[in-house]
Design a protein around this ligand. Structure first.
Ligand code: GTP
Ligand code: MG
Length: 345
């Protein structure tokens, strides 16, 4: 057998930013565009995540993305809450992500959780771009649904362009104050050294083609090697949240970033006192919207591969911790896996 066991997984993209700056709306817009293109089925809703395949990205981005230029399968977005009390979820999301989008309301500018998110990205050394959102709220804005930024910018009056430019340069200045060299994304040559700012509107979809193009390009150019994984290997992930679920007891919402997890796997999960050794009882995915009336919101699956978001039901999870590692044992030595989890706590 000469097949290459490695394959390229989907990069994990965390969406971070201050409360109400438009993180969820941006993901809704991307999902909605796919529905309009009649490809709703192609976008899968994971636990805590949304998977957008390359062909959908290329449909939304139009001329900006040629799928033949890419071999990464798409992007897996993780939404995070902006409310100040959810620091843990934000830092988990930030640490877990391969890349991130920092959403900043163009009118509201930098706010406490914008700074907090920047700090998380700095500490975890996660490359990111800034989505300068809500450009449609610039007074006098002439909306052009789903248009690339250059086209819609050209169609604005001189006055409106000036107003937008001022807000964008303020954001670039704020980034510079925090030690990041930043510029409008079309002027950035090296995205590893400079932060690209992409003007967007989650409401009208303007700039969304650019945002997806930049994220895809950034991943392809700088993350490709890190995305090479042994998909069939034992799964590795991080606990995003520990939740009680009716009929399933304590469950862990997990983002898998390596290998596969199966419904009969033995697992080691980071606990409050020591690693927990347990066995999967069920792997749960959200049901497609059409089936939401059935009694369970979840559907059992036999296995999932990275990258994905999955709810794992298993005994003994009461002490599991958000942010802790999850490792599948399978044919590995249990003591060795326990030691690995212990070392990561
Ligand atoms: P949290 O999850 O609470 O941190 O907020 P969020 O960042 O997910 O913001 P959300 O997407 O919920 O949007 C907050 C509000 O801003 C909603 O009323 C949205 O309709 C509005 N909004 C988001 N993006 C845009 C935009 O581009 N233009 C306009 N006009 N409104 C927007
Ligand atoms: Mg939200």
């Amino acid at each position: 057998d000469t097949r290459d066991p490695t394959s390229l997984r989907t990069p994990i993209v965390a969406v971070l930013g201050h409360v109400d700056h438009g993180k969820t709306s941006l993901l809704d817009k991307i999902r909605g565009s796919a529905v309009i293109e009649g490809e709703a089925g192609a976008i899968t809703q994971h636990i805590g995540a949304t998977a957008v395949p390359l062909d959908i990205i290329s449909t939304i981005a139009g001329d900006l993305v040629d799928p033949d230029d890419f071999d990464l399968p798409g992007l897996l977005f993780i939404d995070t809450p902006g409310h100040h009390s959810f620091t843990t979820l934000r830092s988990r999301g930030g640490a877990l992500a391969d890349i991130a989008i920092l959403v900043v309301d163009v009118n509201d500018g930098f706010q406490p959780q914008t700074l907090e998110a920047l700090d998380i990205l700095k500490r975890s050394e996660t490359p990111f771009i800034v989505a300068a959102n809500k450009i449609d709220t610039v007074p006098g804005w002439n909306p052009n649904e789903d248009s690339p930024i250059n086209d819609t910018y050209e169609s604005q009056s001189e006055r409106v362009r000036q107003r937008l430019d001022e807000s964008l340069y303020e954001i670039i200045g704020n980034l510079s104050d925090e030690g990041f060299s930043a510029d409008l994304y079309w002027r950035v040559q090296n995205f590893q050294r400079n932060v690209g700012v992409v003007p967007v509107s989650a409401m009208t979809g303007e700039g969304v083609p650019d945002l997806l193009t930049v994220m895809m390009g950034l991943s392809q150019r700088y993350m490709k090697e890190e995305m090479e994984i042994d998909v069939a290997g034992p799964g590795v992930g991080t606990v995003l949240e520990v939740k009680e679920e009716k009929g399933f007891g304590t469950t862990i919402d997990t983002v898998l970033y390596d290998g596969t997890i199966r419904s009969d796997d033995q697992l080691v999960v980071g606990g409050q006192n020591e690693p927990i050794v347990t066995e999967v009882r069920a792997l749960l995915q959200p049901r497609p919207l059409a089936e939401i009336r059935t009694e369970s919101r979840f559907e059992k699956v036999d296995e999932v591969s990275a990258a994905s978001g999955i709810k794992v039901a298993a005994p003994e999870l009461a002490d599991a911790m958000a942010g802790a590692p999850v490792r599948v044992v399978r044919n590995r030595d249990l003591e060795e896996v326990v030691a690995e989890v212990q070392a990561e706590l």
